[in-house]
Design a protein around this ligand. Structure first.
Ligand SMILES: [Mn+2]
Length: 237
């Protein structure tokens, strides 16, 4: 029996993220877990205010090193999302994986037993894995946003709750579950292969145990200001 904790969308380096106030909870979870999954958009290289991307990557690597030292018996898995999938960063993660025995990274998904962990862009629409790869490539080419106007508009949307309202309208639970299953089916990880649980993020709205076609869906929310972040816990046989 392995104890698993999952968290997603910390958006570290983005000024809207309250990740540092969640750090204590994360550390405590690592202490009592055998597996800890960072489920995508852990780092935000698009909204980062640092001068160079490389210095941001280095800070991210330091953060991961610190987490992995908290409990050597806890394996840290980093799944990437659209905000932290970057070729330069991937190279550094390869090196880190060689250096740390209790750290692994996965560009798209992680499967442990009957559970699948993925960031969750395919919640948006029916997406094949090939389409997801293209989607990530487009994100990688996007320049960091430095224009204060756009940043302020986004801040306003978060503050007034518009972000949550729009997300709930657009991403109904059933629609998200349906799209995720379609993607997993395409990957060869459909419910017929024995998958029981899907952990995802990306949409920023927490979901606990939403059942659809025999599979349970879970979303841990986000560390964005004014929004909810749950560190999800489960057991794997
Ligand atoms: Mn995302």
């Amino acid at each position: 029996m392995r104890r698993v904790s999952v968290v997603s969308d910390l958006h570290i380096f983005c000024s809207r993220s309250m990740w540092s106030s969640k750090l204590h909870g994360i550390e405590e979870a690592i202490k009592i877990s055998d597996v800890f999954v960072l489920n995508g958009d852990t780092f935000d290289f698009r909204w980062s205010s640092s001068k160079t991307l490389h210095s941001t990557f280095e800070k991210a690597i330091e953060f991961l090193k610190k987490l992995s030292k908290i409990n050597p018996n806890c394996h840290i898995h980093l799944n990437l999302g659209n905000h932290d999938h970057h070729a330069g960063f991937c190279k550094m993660l390869d090196e880190l994986e060689k250096e740390l025995p209790n750290f692994s990274w996965h560009p798209y998904y992680l499967k442990i037993g009957s559970m699948v962990f993925l960031h969750g862009e395919p919640t948006e629409r029916k997406m094949t894995h090939r389409q997801l790869e293209k989607y990530r490539k487009r994100w990688e080419k996007k320049k960091p946003i430095t224009e204060p106007v756009i940043n302020n508009l986004y801040d306003l949307a978060i503050r007034t709750g518009t972000h949550v309202v729009l997300t709930r309208l657009f991403f109904t639970k059933r629609r998200m579950a349906k799209n995720l299953l379609w993607y997993l089916q395409n990957l060869g990880l459909g419910p017929d292969t024995g998958i029981t649980d899907v952990y995802f993020g990306h949409t920023h709205v927490p979901i606990a145990n939403f059942r659809y076609k025999g599979v349970s869906f879970h979303n841990s929310g986000t560390a964005y200001k004014g929004m909810k972040l749950n560190i999800l816990r489960t057991l794997i046989l």
